[in-house]
Write a protein that binds this ligand. Structure first.
Ligand code: SF4
Ligand SMILES: [Zn+2]
Length: 292
């Protein structure tokens, strides 16, 4: 290992003077904030309880975009959650049981979707790549108003139910309200009248599971599962939002502004459509032209 003994790299740069681990992380591991741009053409189910239908209708009709900057810490939290999700979904023999976890499976050799069902244990029928190159592919459903990806489908005593895998750093005592709404929305929109016949099994929409995997070592309860039975009342505001968005897209009808925004005189930093929202409110406009 001759190069170890050379003088190359011995000259101390600015980075070599840093000793604080946090500052060193920022220089060695950290990256630029990621910019996410999102059109207002569809509502994501994972955000349905927070979304304002008026913002989406205005954004869609005016062909606007929502831009979000995601800094390094948040990006890291998201990535850790995604990595854990992916590991769980690709190892049904460790969690749930090989014959109990169903979904779509994609071959990385030919990038084709192999089939819906349990994890394949044979080589790809299209390109003969090893079954080890087959990965879980989250099922995407899309209606004119909403889209979402479900974490998988569980066969529970012959009934097909939707789980929603969550990663947490807290010891969860009861499920989070927005997680319940998210799972209930997946269950609601998994009906064939929204998904067509794309989902090859009939979902039992009366029960779903919120499964919290704890990222902090917790021997007593590393995973906690909550049974969720959504009620019509829980779904009412979510359905109202999607109906308002569908009508807005098709007929240009503006939903009413949220009371809290009127009270705050439309000074809402988190809403990119706030100025337009205020303008239309004070002009008493109830519709906008629908784009061709
Ligand atoms: S200002 Fe409030 S009511 Fe108006 S679009 Fe934004 S979030 Fe919705
Ligand atoms: Zn293949």
């Amino acid at each position: 290992m001759r190069f170890i003994h050379t003088e190359v790299g011995r000259e101390r740069s600015f980075i070599d003077t840093i000793t604080d681990p946090k500052v060193l992380t920022a220089h060695i591991v950290g990256s630029e904030p990621q910019v996410r741009r999102r059109k207002y053409d569809i509502m994501n189910v994972s955000m349905l309880d927070k979304i304002c239908a008026r913002e989406y209708v205005i954004g869609y009709l005016l062909n606007q975009e929502r831009t979000e900057q995601i800094g390094f810490p948040m990006q890291t939290i998201f990535n850790m959650g995604s990595a854990l999700h992916s590991w769980i979904q690709n190892h049904p023999e460790v969690y749930f049981g090989r014959n109990k976890f169903l979904g779509n499976w994609r071959c990385l050799g030919c990038n084709r979707q192999r089939r819906f069902g349990t994890k394949p244990i044979t080589n790809c029928e299209f390109c003969d790549a090893s079954y080890r190159a087959t990965v879980y592919d989250e099922y995407l459903f899309r209606t004119p108003a909403v889209s979402g990806k479900i974490d998988g489908i569980l066969n529970v005593g012959g009934k097909y139910r939707i789980p929603d895998i969550k990663t947490t750093a807290k010891d969860i005592e009861y499920p989070n309200g927005s997680d319940i709404i998210q799972l209930a929305s997946y269950m609601y929109f998994s009906h064939p009248r929204f998904c067509g016949d794309e989902l090859p099994v009939e979902i039992d929409r009366s029960v779903g599971y919120l499964i919290y995997f704890n990222k902090v070592f917790n021997f007593r309860a590393p995973v906690k599962t909550f049974k969720i039975e959504p009620t019509a009342k829980l779904m009412e505001p979510i359905i109202a939002k999607t109906v308002a968005f569908t009508k807005g897209k098709a007929q240009g009808i503006l939903p009413n502004p949220l009371k809290k925004c009127v009270v705050k005189s439309f000074v809402i930093k988190t809403c990119p459509m706030a100025d337009k929202c205020a303008e239309f409110h004070f002009e008493e406009r109830t519709t906008l032209p629908v784009p061709e």
